[in-house]
Design a binder for this molecule. Structure first.
Ligand code: FMN
Length: 179
């Protein structure tokens, strides 16, 4: 297997965030800067973010719009970042969800460089987020990015512990190649 750069090799998506760890303002800025400098189709930069730190109002409004089963672990994260994209106007190119995903990938690499971990969630209550965060028309919530430090997996509920400690799997490269 080819050797990956450590920033990619060490990345994984935990649920066992340390519920006492806080995200420093400089770390939050670095994560958002990493996303801001991602490439996008036509340089449209159609991504938008709302970042809440544990127990602040934005964090609570994001958390409450996640399914109960995910709140169990997301509530441990130091920060919850809503990733949204434009659906109308000059920044809307048809590639907006792709561009948002790339921006979040950059955020994730920056998080790894800071010794932080990320787990993304696509299962969110979009209408609730739009209302609770007072999002402008033409901005669609797409993903929530939980960020924090890894804590003790044994403190997770039993079903989450099993997933947390299971093997991470990927399809073989040969299966991904079309020609
Ligand atoms: C767009 C996206 C949505 C995801 N949604 C969820 C989710 O709703 N709940 C969850 O527990 N994990 C979610 N994940 C995490 C994936 O399950 C995880 O990245 C995948 O199993 C691979 O594991 P790894 O990141 O540790 O390599 C999501 C990841 C991505 C990129």
């Amino acid at each position: 297997m080819a050797h990956l750069t450590p920033l990619l090799a060490f990345r994984w998506s935990p649920r066992s965030f340390d519920p006492t760890a806080e995200l420093a303002p400089a770390e939050a800025s670095a994560l958002l800067e990493a996303a801001r400098w991602a490439p996008s189709a036509g340089n449209a930069q159609p991504w938008r973010f709302a970042l809440g730190r544990r127990d602040d109002e934005t964090w609570k409004r994001i958390l409450v719009n996640l399914p109960g089963r995910d709140q169990r672990w997301a509530a441990r994260a130091s920060a919850l970042v809503l990733g949204a994209h434009l659906t109308a106007g000059p920044g809307s190119t048809g590639h907006a969800p792709y561009d948002l995903g790339q921006a979040v990938a950059h955020l994730t690499v920056q998080a790894t460089a800071l010794g932080l971990h990320v787990r993304q969630l696509h299962d969110l209550h979009a209408a609730g987020l739009t209302a609770d965060l007072d999002l402008p028309v033409g901005v669609r919530p797409h993903v929530v990015v939980a960020v924090g430090q890894v804590g003790d997996p044994l403190s997770l509920p039993a079903d989450l512990l099993a997933s947390e400690t299971g093997l991470r799997r990927r399809r073989p490269l040969a299966e991904l190649l079309l020609a």
